[in-house]
Design a protein around this ligand. Structure first.
Ligand code: ZN
Length: 262
């Protein structure tokens, strides 16, 4: 009986040691009430769950050149690399661990409806002015969720290009709207997965070049037919509901961006 107790105590002590060591390196997140989403634990490589998925949505724009951060809820090397780039971009310690500092910046950036600070559902909704996220191939909720993910990539792009406004001239389009404006039949705009961009401070080529490292797998800009007055960005690689292959498709010949010329 007594021996057993001692043994148990020894085991408990041995188990407590590594946990204590980890705790000194990775402090628990401070209590915080956020209108959109609050993380309850630190996240790093090896962790998984919905909290990782929520994080992946918000760092997807820091994917790195020609890459994407899968929204799979698993904190792998790509998520860690994206978190590091996010941390560097905002002047935080770049350790690839999502803890109080990283969450604090994300709380600071996200509005209560979960959109990033500088973009809104309103400006991403039906480009023909009807609104409501309906009339596309997906449910309004799915379409809206795609638009949210697009906006977080745009927020990263805005930061990367010096914190100057980016303008969305067309986001989601219903089927009716898409044919009205002459969009491609399987356009990513139908899914809430695309944005047409302009800027007053960056050239269209600067936008197109930067988009390559913001998790956008579809980019069309200057030199591509009908894209001399805006840059189109989309996330076709992540769209499993369309008829378009899940591959990268870039073309902005006037900017030196094209098939086989990245
Ligand atoms: Zn477009």
């Amino acid at each position: 009986m007594r021996v057993n107790t001692l043994k148990r105590a020894a085991v408990a002590f041995a188990l407590a040691l590594p946990a204590a060591a980890v705790a000194t390196v990775v402090a628990a997140p401070a209590a915080h009430a956020d209108g959109c989403y609050t993380w309850k634990r630190n996240l790093y490589q090896g962790r998984s769950g919905d909290d990782v998925r929520q994080l992946q949505i918000r760092v997807a724009g820091w994917a790195g050149n020609r890459d994407i951060v899968e929204n799979d809820g698993r904190y792998g090397p790509k998520t860690a690399a994206a978190v590091k780039r996010f941390q560097s971009a905002y002047g935080l310690r770049a350790d690839g661990v999502a803890g109080p500092q990283t969450y604090g910046k994300l709380y600071d950036l996200q509005d209560n409806d979960c959109t990033p600070r500088h973009f809104s559902f309103n400006e991403m909704d039906d480009g023909c002015g009807r609104g409501g996220w309906s009339g596309g191939p997906l449910s309004p909720a799915q379409t809206r969720q795609n638009a949210l993910r697009t906006m977080w990539k745009l927020e990263a792009m805005r930061r990367s290009l010096g914190d100057r406004p980016l303008y969305v001239s067309s986001g989601f389009r219903s089927r009716t709207c898409n044919s009205q404006v002459g969009g491609a039949s399987d356009s990513q705009h139908l899914y809430g997965n695309a944005a047409d961009l302009t800027s007053r401070t960056s050239s269209l080529c600067q936008l197109a070049r930067d988009a390559r490292s913001r998790g956008f797998s579809g980019i069309y800009g200057p030199g591509y037919p009908d894209h001399d007055d805006h840059v189109h960005v989309d996330s076709r690689r992540e769209n499993d509901r369309d008829d378009t292959p899940n591959t990268t498709s870039w073309s902005a010949p006037d900017c030196g961006i094209g098939a086989g010329n990245d």
